[in-house]
Structures are given as C-alpha cells and as structure tokens.
Design a protein around this ligand. Structure first.
Ligand code: NAD
Length: 504
C-alpha cells in the first residue's frame, strides 16, 4: 500500500496543486511504501502564507502560554516517541533503538526551549544617564524556514523548531524527500499539544520548495542542514534575499588515537562512531588517525569487532536483532560501494570489505556491510570525499603534530576526537584543532542542547550555531529601549539642544 505524504498548513494536511510526487522507499525491503508531494511555487506560497498569518498573534502571546504548549509537546513526544521511531526506521533504515536515540536527543532541545522565559530576559539599567533608563529585549523574527537532510528526520529539525517556536516565530519545515513522514507526524503532535494552527507548517518537496523559501520576502531566516554544496548555495541565495541564515554542511571527522590510549576503548569507539547508523551521520568518524606504533594492533582490534556486527532489518518487531540497517537508497548504496572500489584501486589496504555482506533481511534491501581501509593516503578519493556510509579509513602518522596538521588541512571542521590518557595532550589538542566540536575519549561529541551545535570551515556557512544560546539569538533580534520619564518635581525639563546627546 502506498501512502500519500502531503504538506501541512493552517493546522491540516493538504496534497497541493502540483500533482508531482516522488517515491518513498523502505530501504530494508527496497519496496515503495509511499509517495511524497513535491510542492509547486503556489503550494509553497500557501504554506508560507499560513505561517505569516499565524506569526503575529503567536509572537504576542504571553510567555506563560507559549511555554505551556512547549511542555505539552514535550510530554506527548516523550510518551509517543516509539511511534515516531517506527516511521523513521521504515523510511530511513536506521535500527529502531537508534531512531529512538535521535528523537531523545531532539527532545533535549524541546526541554531546553521550555526554559525560554529565562532565556529571553533582557537587561535593565536604571539611571544610565540622569533621568534616563535603558532596557533590552529580544523579539521574534516572524516566519522562519528550516530545511533538513535525510539522515536525522526528527533530531535535525528539532535542533531548530523548538527554540524558534518558543521564541515566538512561526515555522515552515522542508524535510528531506527521502524520509518525509516524520515531519507530518510532528505537525499533528504540535496540534494535539495546543499549538495554534499555522505556527508549525510542513512544505514537502525538492529544489522548487527550497528556492521558494529562500526567495520569499515573507521568510525572515533560514536554518539549513545538508551537504556542503547545497549549504553553500542556500547560504548565498538566502543572504542575497536579505535573510539571516545558518547553513550546516558536510563533514569528514577524524579520530586521533595516541599511543598511550586504551586501545579497547578506542576500538569500540571507532566501530560505534564509524558504523552506527551505517555511517550516515554528520558526526560519524570516517577517518581514524593512528599515531604509531599502535596502528597494527588497533586495526586488528577494529576488524575483530566488525565481524561481530549484525547487519539487517532494524524494524521494531525484530527487537534488537540488528546492529546496523541498510543505506537510505539504492543509489546511495551504490555510490558508497563505488568509493570502496575506488579505495581499492588507489592502493589502500582493504581489511574488511562490506560489499558482499549477507544481511538478515530482504535481499532487495540496500545493504552494505562495515568496511575498513588501512594505509589510506590524504590524496585518495576515499579520504578527500565525504562518503557518508559505513566506511572507515585508517591513516597512519608518526607524530601528534602530523595528526593535527592533517585535521587542520581538511576542508571540513565539524567534529573530531582524541583518544589518550594524557590530559596535557588532550588539552593541547583542544587548543590546536580548527574544528567546532571536540571529543576527548568521546567519539561523537554532539553537544548537549544547552550548548550549541556547529562546525567550522566548510561544515558551516553563517556565524551562528544551532540551539543553546546561539539558537535563541538566531531566532530573535534585539531591541534596546532608552527611556526618559519626566520627574514633575524637577521641571522645567527638556529645552532646545541640537548637539549630539551626551550622558551625564
Ligand atoms: P542534501 O544536501 O542532499 O539535502 C539536504 C536538503 O536540501 C534536503 O531537504 C533536500 O531536499 C535539499 N536539496 C537537495 N538538493 C538541493 C538543491 N539542488 N537545491 C536546493 N535544495 C536541495 O543532504 P542529504 O543527502 O539529505 O544529507 C546528508 C548530508 O547532510 C551530508 O553531507 C551530511 O554531512 C550533512 N549533514 C550535516 C549535518 C551538520 O550538522 N553539519 C547534520 C546532518 C547532515
């Protein structure tokens, strides 16, 4: 049975007038399970108009009332996250426990946004000048657009919309067309939580929908997450159209293992961070930098562990029978397999080959097993490209300085990690690397919600990271009010003075 996955505006679903649809597939079976609407400009205009209509009243609603809706949403999400996880596994392929995990990390941002009243407090200075008081406040922007990638259909939108909505904005979410159902489920949950119609909207589609958001004069800001070429395009186009924009791009995350590290801890971490979610995470470890003389030992320990991983259908009914699910589409699976061909041809040593994995699932699924390359060089395609699959490349270096130089020469700067028992080396690493998020004996250092998430260099275009206080600033703009109230006892006040006002 094929489900129609539609847009959502004014508090209800609608199919749109374009009559263009894209297939949505279950990656574990290869079967088409739904079709998602691809918006025309007119459809986009309707969704943006819904947000524009709702934004002023929502932005003026009291903080107490807005916060009540956030708390209600948090409770519903917490109680029903399993339902959402099932939808995610069916369209993305990640195993059920991993899908629950991404929702829980997104829920952290909802919980952070429940404290918006505290976060929006301004400053007040009485008597800044004689008889003059000054206070600051932060106002919502109006309508904001969120454009998200396929790999976290719940968590990535939740990096943004809880804060945007709590701060008084109306949202248009444009999810990935590969796994679009989560966004609609979230829209109906907001309705159940009591959010006024039009404050949260979903626009399904491809470039047409994205361009409509980037160009609309009614959209004040864009939060984008996806690959670097599209992030750069979105940043440039949205900026040209006068919008505030944060565009998070791709990654190539290095994990450095120093000779004094606990090699079992490092091997476990490399496997978890390299192959979790089939490597389709922007914080996945894709390069392991082994500082000699430990590489032989470390590679052997990783290879041993990959042999124990169970690849297969990750749906809830199968319990925890699989550790790693399929890749998102057949085309992506084939692209990643092509990188394995390329690494082999370039002379890297293929220690574990995932191309002929026997998966516990439908043979039409988009399977690819964990793959491990050793002796990878920095000029090989498997090193220079973001593969976004279960392929881990080991680069051997002689010194700590070489490891840092490699990381800093890379065009991306999303995440990195160091494994060591030497606190001094870890401290030096944190100062030396040009990367936004750093783990010390933590391979996937995704910041908690009250800190901000974002990379450096070509992993982020714009200057504001997601959630935390930076997120609050992104979705609000400041006002400073300078006030004079005349003290009747001190009359006469005022008088003519054309010089520039000075304080006294
Ligand atoms: P993508 O760039 O293909 O798509 C992202 C979004 O952009 C989708 O909504 C898609 O519909 C839209 N889009 C695609 N092509 C477009 C075009 N030509 N014009 C306008 N819009 C377009 O990314 P993806 O494959 O869905 O996701 C994987 C990528 O996202 C990886 O590169 C990964 O590193 C990155 N990612 C980064 C982060 C981060 O925090 N930096 C987080 C998650 C994913």
């Amino acid at each position: 049975m094929s489900t129609a996955i539609t847009h959502w505006a004014d508090g209800s679903a609608f199919p749109g007038e374009s009559d263009l649809w894209a297939d949505v597939t279950n990656p574990a079976t290869g079967r088409i399970t739904g079709r998602v609407a691809l918006a025309s400009r007119a459809d986009a205009d309707r969704v943006i108009a819904s947000a524009r209509k709702a934004a002023p009243a929502w932005g003026r609603m009291s903080l107490a009332r807005r916060t009540q809706v956030l708390f209600a949403f948090r409770e519903l999400l917490n109680a029903r996250k399993d339902e959402l996880a099932v939808l995610i596994t069916a369209e993305h392929g990640k195993v059920h426990s991993d899908a629950v995990g991404e929702i829980s990390r997104g829920q952290e941002v909802v919980e952070f946004a429940c404290g918006i009243a505290h976060l929006l407090k301004g400053g007040h200075s009485e008597g800044a000048s004689t008889g003059i008081d000054v206070h600051s406040k932060r106002d919502p922007l109006g309508v904001v657009g969120i454009i998200s990638p396929f790999n976290f259909p719940a968590m990535v939108p939740m990096w943004f919309f809880p804060v945007a909505i709590a701060a008084g904005n109306a949202v248009v979410l444009k999810p990935s067309e590969k796994d679009p159902s989560a966004a609609l489920w979230i829209a109906s949950l907001w309705k159940e939580a009591g959010l006024p119609d039009g404050v949260f909207n979903v626009l399904q589609g491809d470039k047409v929908a994205v361009d409509a958001l980037l160009e609309s004069p009614d959209v004040a800001a864009i939060s984008f997450v996806g690959s670097t070429p599209i992030a750069e395009y979105v940043y440039e186009s949205a900026s040209r159209h006068g919008k505030r924009v944060q565009a998070l791009g791709g990654a190539k995350n290095h994990m450095v293992v120093l000779p004094d590290a606990d090699l079992d801890l490092a091997a476990d971490a490399a496997v978890n961070a390299g192959y979790g979610s089939a490597g389709e995470r922007c914080m996945a470890i894709s390069v392991l930098v082994a500082v000699e003389p430990i590489a032989d030992d470390l590679v052997a320990r990783i290879a041993e562990r990959t042999a124990t991983l169970r690849i297969g259908d990750g749906s809830k009914e199968r319990g925890d029978a699989s550790d790693m699910g399929p890749l998102v589409t057949r085309a992506h699976r084939d692209r990643v397999a092509g990188f394995i061909d390329s690494g082999e041809a370039a002379g890297a040593k293929l220690v574990v080959d995932g191309r002929d994995v026997v998966a516990d699932g439908d043979q039409e699924g988009f399977w690819l097993g964990p793959t491990l390359f050793d002796h990878v060089a920095a000029d090989m395609e498997i090193y220079t490209e973001e593969i976004f699959g279960p392929v881990l490349s080991v680069v051997r270096v002689a010194t700590y300085d070489e490891a840092v130089a490699l990381i800093n020469a890379n065009e991306y700067g999303n995440g990195t990690a160091i494994f060591t028992n030497d606190g001094g080396a870890a401290r030096r690493f944190e100062q030396d690397v040009e990367v936004g998020m750093i783990g010390v004996n933590v391979p996937v250092p995704v910041p908690v919600a009250y800190y901000s998430f974002g990379g450096w260099k070509r992993s982020l275009f714009g200057d504001t990271h997601a959630h935390g206080i930076e997120g609050v600033h992104f979705f609000t703009r400041g006002k400073v009010v300078t006030t004079r109230w005349i003290n009747p006892a001190a009359r006469p006040a005022g008088g003519l003075e054309l010089g520039f006002p000075q304080n006294d």
